[in-house]
Design a binder for this molecule. Structure first.
Ligand SMILES: CCCCCCC[C@@H](O)CC(=O)SCCNC(=O)CCNC(=O)[C@H](O)C(C)(C)COP(=O)(O)OP(=O)(O)OC[C@H]1O[C@@H](n2cnc3c(N)ncnc32)[C@H](O)[C@@H]1OP(=O)(O)O
Length: 605
C-alpha cells in the first residue's frame, strides 16, 4: 500500500461539522493528524435554534482518537470569527472546508425575498467570509486547500430550490475563480457535489428512503481528504461523490457553427439550430475559459475561402453530400450540340452523339460526366444553400479553375445516377484561394461510373489559415509541331446553348451579373471549352470512339468569349496519353493549359 495521506501539522476548519458530511470530514482529518476547528452553530436543517452540543461532541470524538480539535459556534455569516478561533487555537489555517448549509425549499412562485437572501447569505456569503479571512494567510504561507460544497441542484437546478441551486452554482463559479487566483500560491480550490443521505437531504426527501443506508455521509469524506492533501494538485475541479461513486464533471461545448456575420438573423440561427446544438465527437472540453477562447479564435483566424468569413473547414472537410440525378438520350444529344458536336453537316462522325435513332450506336460524350453534379451544385448555390455543410463557397467570386474527370466505363445512353460529393481540399494561393470538390458517381445500382474533381478559383481573396501548397507546373509542351490540330469556331450564342444543359451560372448569360463581378460581358462556361477540347482529342486519337476516353485534366487559364475559335493542338505522348493546349485564336490567348487525356487500350466493360 502506498504511503498514508496525513495532515500532521495542518490546521483545518470544517464548517457545519457537528453532523453529517461536515462531521465525517472533521473526523477523517482529525484521525489523520490535522488540528481541526469543528464549527457548528447547532441549528436544525432549517437553520433554527442554536446549540453547542453538536460541535462539542465531534471535538470530543477527535480528542478520543488522540487528535486535536476545538469547537466554534459562530454562524458562517461571521466567517472571520471562525477563522479567528483557528488562529487563537492553532496559529494558522491550511485547510478550509466550506460545508455548512441550510435549506429554505419552496417553489419559486411562493418564495419570499427573505428565503432567497437567507440561503445566499449562509451558502455564498458564508463561504466568502471564511475564504476571505483565510486567503491572506494561505497566500502568505504559499499553501492552502479549500473545498466548496455544491450540489446536483446547483449544476442542474431542482424544483423548489431556486434559492439553494443559485447559491450552490454560485459556489462552483466562486471556487473556479479562486482556483485561478490561488494557483501561483499553491492554493488549490475544488468543489464537491455530494450524494449522501445527510440530515438536509433526508429532510428534503430528494432520494428514495431505501437508498439512505447506501448513501452514507462517511463515504464522501475520503474524496475530500484527498482534495485537502498536500499531494493533490488538482484545482478548479467539480467532483460528484457518494455511495462509493467518484467522478469529475466538466463543461462540454458543442462544436457549434460560425454564421456569416453579414447575414446574421434569427432565421439564420433557426436554420442552423441543429448544428449549433449538436453534441457529437467534435464537441470540445476546455480545462478553462482561456482554452475555449483560444480554440475559437484559432477557428476565427483561419479558414476563409474566397473572402468568406469563418468557413468551417473542420465541418466541411468531413461533410458529405449525396445527390441523385438522371439524364436521357435527349439530354446527352443536347450536351453534344452545346459543346459543338456535328456542326459540319457533311461530317458524319459525330452524328452518333446527336441522333437518338442510332440505337446501339448512340454514344454519350464522356465529358458530359461533369454535368449532373454541376447542375445539382449550381441549383443549391442559386437557392442560397451551402455546397456542403459548413462550406458556403462564395460562388459569385469563383471561377472554374481546373477540372479532372475520370471514366470507369462508358456512359450509358440514359441513366439514373448517384453522386457523393466531398471537399477534397481548400488551399491558399497567395492573393487568391482555391477549393477542390471531389465527386464520385455510380449508377443506380451502385456500379462506379466516373469521378470528378472541380477546382474553383477565388480571385483576390486569400485563403487565410489554409495550406499554401504550390501548384505542380504543367510539363512543357513537346518541342515539335503538334501531331494534330483541330480548330472550331464557337457560336455567338454558345453560352446560351450550353446553359440549357444545366450550367445555370448567370455569369455566362446575364450582362449585369457579369459586370457586377468585374467582367466586361458574359463569357463562356469553362466546361463548354472543356467539352470542345475533349471532343477534339476523341476525334484525333480515339478513332472517334468516345468509349476509349479514360480521363482528362485541364486548367482554365483564360476566359473564352462566345464566338472565339477554339484551336486544340495535340501531341501523342505515348500510345495511351495525349497532351494538349487550347487557344482562342482571334485573341491569341491560351485558354486551356496543362491539358492531358489518357486513353483506354480497349473499351472497358
Ligand atoms: C461541382 C462544381 C461545379 C462547378 C460549377 C461551374 C461554374 C461555372 O459556371 C464557372 C465557370 O465556368 S467560370 C469560366 C471558366 N474559368 C475561367 O474562365 C478562368 C480562366 N482563368 C483565369 O482567368 C485565370 O487563370 C485565373 C483568374 C483563374 C488565375 O489568374 P491569376 O489570378 O493571374 O493567377 P496567377 O497569379 O497566375 O496564379 C496564382 C496562383 O494560382 C494558381 N492558378 C492560376 N490559375 C489557376 C487556375 N485556373 N486553377 C487553379 N489554380 C490556378 C497558380 O498556379 C498560382 O498558384 P501557385 O503559386 O501555387 O503556382
Amino acid at each position: 500500500m502506498s504511503q498514508e495521506i496525513r495532515f500532521d501539522g495542518k490546521v483545518a476548519i470544517v464548517t457545519g461539522a457537528g453532523n453529517g458530511l461536515g462531521r465525517a470530514h472533521a473526523l477523517l482529518l482529525g484521525a489523520r493528524g490535522a488540528k481541526v476547528v469543528v464549527n457548528d452553530l447547532g441549528v436544525t436543517t432549517a437553520g433554527l435554534g442554536t446549540s453547542s452540543e453538536a460541535a462539542d461532541a465531534v471535538v470530543a470524538e477527535i480528542k478520543a482518537m488522540g487528535g486535536e480539535a476545538v469547537a466554534d459556534y459562530h454562524s458562517v455569516t461571521e466567517g472571520e470569527k471562525i477563522v479567528a478561533t483557528a488562529l487563537a487555537a492553532f496559529g494558522t489555517v491550511d485547510i478550509l472546508i466550506n460545508n455548512a448549509g441550510i435549506l429554505r425549499d419552496t417553489s419559486f412562485h411562493k418564495m419570499t425575498e427573505e428565503q432567497w437572501d437567507l440561503i445566499q447569505d449562509v451558502h455564498v456569503k458564508g463561504a466568502f467570509r471564511l475564504t476571505h479571512a483565510v486567503w491572506p494567510i494561505m497566500r502568505d504561507k504559499g499553501y492552502g486547500r479549500i473545498v466548496m460544497t455544491a450540489s446536483g441542484a446547483g449544476i442542474f437546478g431542482n424544483f423548489g430550490q431556486c434559492n439553494y441551486s443559485t447559491a450552490k452554482s454560485g459556489l462552483i463559479g466562486f471556487a473556479n475563480s479562486l482556483a485561478i487566483e490561488g494557483a501561483a500560491k499553491n492554493i488549490r480550490v475544488n468543489t464537491i457535489a455530494p450524494i449522501a443521505a445527510s440530515r438536509m437531504v433526508i429532510a428534503s426527501g430528494i432520494f428514495p428512503e431505501e437508498l439512505h443506508a447506501k448513501l452514507k455521509v462517511e463515504d464522501v469524506a475520503p474524496l475530500v481528504g484527498w482534495l485537502c492533501s498536500e499531494e493533490c494538485q488538482d484545482t478548479g475541479g467539480l467532483f460528484e461523490v457518494g455511495g462509493g461513486f467518484h467522478a469529475k464533471y466538466r463543461w462540454e461545448r458543442s462544436y457549434g457553427r460560425f454564421l456569416h456575420t453579414d447575414s446574421l438573423s434569427p432565421e439564420l440561427v433557426r436554420e442552423n439550430w441543429e448544428r449549433i446544438t449538436r453534441f457529437d465527437d467534435k464537441a470540445v472540453h476546455h480545462a478553462n475559459g482561456g482554452e475555449g477562447f483560444k480554440e475559437l479564435f484559432e477557428r476565427m483566424a483561419g479558414n476563409a475561402i474566397g473572402g468568406n468569413q469563418y468557413v468551417d473547414m473542420e465541418v466541411a472537410a468531413n461533410a458529405v453530400a449525396t445527390l441523385e440525378t438522371e439524364y436521357t438520350q435527349t439530354d446527352a444529344a443536347l450536351y453534344a450540340l452545346a459543346v459543338g458536336a456535328a456542326k459540319d453537316p457533311l461530317d458524319r462522325t459525330e452524328l452518333l452523339y446527336i441522333n437518338e435513332f442510332k440505337g446501339e450506336e448512340f454514344r454519350v460524350l464522356p465529358t458530359m460526366a461533369v454535368l449532373p453534379a454541376t447542375q445539382v451544385f449550381l441549383k443549391a448555390v442559386l437557392a442560397g444553400k451551402p455546397t456542403l455543410e459548413g462550406l458556403e463557397l462564395p460562388f459569385a467570386k469563383g471561377l472554374h479553375g481546373e477540372q479532372y474527370t475520370e471514366m470507369y466505363r462508358p456512359l450509358p445512353p440514359k441513366a439514373k445516377l448517384k453522386h457523393t460529393m466531398r471537399l477534397k481540399e481548400a488551399l491558399d494561393k497567395g492573393k487568391s484561394s482555391v477549393s477542390v470538390l471531389e465527386i464520385h458517381t455510380t449508377d443506380e445500382n451502385g456500379t462506379p461510373l466516373y469521378y470528378n474533381e472541380f477546382t474553383s478559383f477565388y480571385t483576390g481573396t486569400p485563403g487565410a489559415g489554409l495550406k499554401r501548397v504550390p501548384s505542380v507546373p504543367a510539363a512543357p509542351l513537346p518541342d515539335r509541331a503538334p501531331d494534330y490540330v483541330i480548330a472550331e469556331q464557337t457560336d455567338i450564342n454558345q453560352a446560351l446553348l450550353y446553359r440549357l444543359c444545366g450550367d445555370w451560372n448567370p455569369m455566362h448569360v446575364d450582362p449585369d451579373y457579369a459586370q457586377k463581378a468585374g467582367y466586361e460581358k458574359p463569357f463562356l462556361h469553362g466546361l463548354c471549352t472543356f467539352g470542345y477540347a475533349g471532343r477534339h482529342v476523341i476525334k484525333a486519337f480515339c478513332n472517334n470512339d468516345s468509349r476509349l476516353f479514360k480521363n482528362i485534366r485541364v486548367r482554365f487559364a483564360a476566359i473564352v468569349m462566345p464566338g472565339d475559335t477554339l484551336e486544340t493542338r495535340m501531341w501523342r505522348e505515348s500510345p495511351t496519353r495525349v497532351i494538349f493546349e487550347t487557344r482562342a485564336v482571334e485573341r491569341d490567348v491560351v485558354v486551356l493549359k496543362g491539358g492531358s487525356v489518357e486513353i483506354f487500350e480497349q473499351v472497358p466493360a
